[in-house]
Design a protein around this ligand. Structure first.
Ligand SMILES: [Zn+2]
Length: 507
């Protein structure tokens, strides 16, 4: 919250009060909370600026496995600053651990990655542990550890993480298992919540990168929810406190990702953990890490998790969130899902002798390699037509451009290394998007060129743009091919060396 916001807010309240005494008391309360919050603000800036010192370098991409966090948990176990307890195991026998610190009366419980392909906050948790292990920020850490007991349960769904999938090995969404409790992971979460009777719970997830803040082109880099505990969506003190913490965190994020925060729909889901944990008396804060431009591995978002969660922990310790008005919560824009990776606006599309104006919404979809450590792209047209209510991470004004089908290069190449010797820019400029190859290596899943590779007998179908199609075509203006779109990636053909992560292989 900016100082100006706070001052104007304190004036509004003061104007509403009727007696002089009330004026003075309220003014004092706000002066105190103003000072306390601006103190927290300074810490936030420092946390942001010094982040690299605490970043856990061994974790640096989204596809992290239990085997990568196990040594970090072992390190914490050997460290007298932390208490590590083994809680149980996943279906495949991967251990679930709780890392605790602090001696305070207020208990804060954070769990991450109940969905296996949602790892951003798991990484931030290990950054936060490094922060607590350091010898810096002594005063702030004393305040935190005297007032709070903090418990981290990183990677609740390690079997899902192994396969980089949402569900656990039972094929169950753990976040719909809070009542039936069939999954050992869900049982563990429930048991820990009950034994801690935590005052605050941080339910840490990732969301689709295609979410945006409602009616803006800003990605919802972080979205929040203070889950409802009944269908009526009532607000008691427990839920009110989670709203206050969310308002606090939103104000922090606005400094680093302005406009990039969304508020999740708060419809009550009786089977979900967040909703039930709220109902069981723990103020629950759902955090969803979404998208951020040019941050494929979500490392900037991880940093924002680190800064905002640590600041929230500090404000809980200092109790200076209490005066934050919960009415601010509803002012956070709602989450929407209106983003594409690439949006083309107003292209001319010729079909059966007629020309139409269409927009195209294209997503660059990830396909995992077998080891689930890396991925490649198989892109799709998601929508086409009038997409004026949608946005793109990358948007191209294609008015005056005609969509042209990509052609097959007439010379067949023998091998992958021969293909790599091709002057791909020259080929693209001439409208070739496909190269035929005599012997496509059996192990190759995709093309390393900015051109699709096709087998000896493969026939490229006529261009027919439809949702679900692989976006491959050229944009021509005044007889010149200005852009190529191959596998959903846009290349400006005026560039010297246009590249894309990968194209497709069609055998
Ligand atoms: Zn999730």
């Amino acid at each position: 919250m900016s100082k100006f916001q706070l001052i104007s807010f304190s004036f509004t309240i003061r104007n509403k009060s009727t007696t002089k005494m009330k004026h003075i008391t309220l003014f004092l309360i706000f002066l105190i909370s103003f000072l306390a919050i601006s103190q927290t603000q300074d810490i936030t800036t420092e946390l942001y600026d010094t982040y690299e010192t605490y970043k856990e370098e061994s974790l640096n991409k989204r596809r992290i496995k239990h085997s990568e966090i196990a040594p970090l948990i072992a390190k914490a176990r050997a460290n007298p600053k932390f208490k590590v307890s083994k809680l149980g195991s996943s279906i495949e026998g991967r251990s679930l651990s709780l890392i605790s610190l602090g001696t305070g009366d207020t208990s804060v419980f954070l769990w991450s990655q109940m969905h296996g392909d949602e790892p951003t906050a798991t990484q931030a948790i290990f950054d936060i542990l490094n922060f607590f292990d350091s010898t810096d920020f002594i005063k702030e850490k004393e305040a935190i550890l005297e007032n709070l007991t903090i418990h981290f349960l990183p990677m609740l769904n390690p079997d899902g993480a192994e396969l980089f999938q949402r569900r656990n090995l039972l094929g169950v969404d753990i976040n719909r298992d809070a009542l039936r409790l069939q999954s050992p992971e869900g049982q563990t979460l429930k048991r820990v919540r009950d034994s801690l009777e935590a005052d605050f719970g941080f339910n840490l997830h990732d969301q689709s990168t295609y979410y945006n803040a409602e009616r803006t082109d800003k990605p919802a880099t972080i979205s929040y929810l203070a889950p409802a505990y009944n269908y009526e969506k009532e607000i008691n003190e427990v839920r009110g406190n989670s709203m206050k913490i969310i308002v606090f965190m939103n104000n922090i994020l606005q400094q680093y990702a302005p406009g990039q925060v969304g508020r999740y729909n708060d419809d009550f889901e009786p089977r979900a953990f967040g909703d039930n944990i709220q109902k069981w008396g723990t103020s629950t804060i759902l955090i969803e890490s979404g998208g951020y431009p040019n941050d494929i591995e979500k490392q900037e978002i991880r940093k924002l998790n680190y800064v905002s969660i640590l600041s929230a922990i500090y404000t809980i310790a200092k109790e200076n969130y209490k005066d934050i008005p919960i009415t601010e919560y509803d002012k956070i824009p709602e989450n929407d899902r209106k983003l594409f990776d690439l949006k083309l606006v107003g292209a001319q599309y010729e079909l059966m002798g007629k020309t139409y104006t269409i927009d195209l919404g294209i997503n660059q979809l990830e396909v995992d390699y077998k080891d689930h450590n890396h991925f490649w792209y198989s892109s799709r047209v998601i929508d086409q037509g009038d997409l004026s209510t949608y946005y793109g991470y990358e948007t191209v004004d294609a008015y005056g451009h005609t969509i042209k089908a990509a052609k097959v290069y007439p010379t067949t190449v023998n091998s992958m290394s021969a293909a790599k010797d091709l002057n791909t820019l020259e080929l693209l400029k001439k409208g070739f998007g496909y190269v035929r190859m005599e012997n496509i290596p059996a192990a190759s899943l995709n093309s390393p060129l900015p051109l699709h590779i096709i087998g000896k007998a493969y026939e490229v179908p006529e261009l027919l743009l439809q949702p679900g199609a692989n976006p491959t075509f050229f944009l021509e203006k005044n007889g010149v091919l200005e852009y190529a779109v191959i596998n959903g990636f846009l290349m400006d053909l005026k560039q010297e060396k246009p590249t894309i992560p990968n194209a497709m292989i069609y055998r």
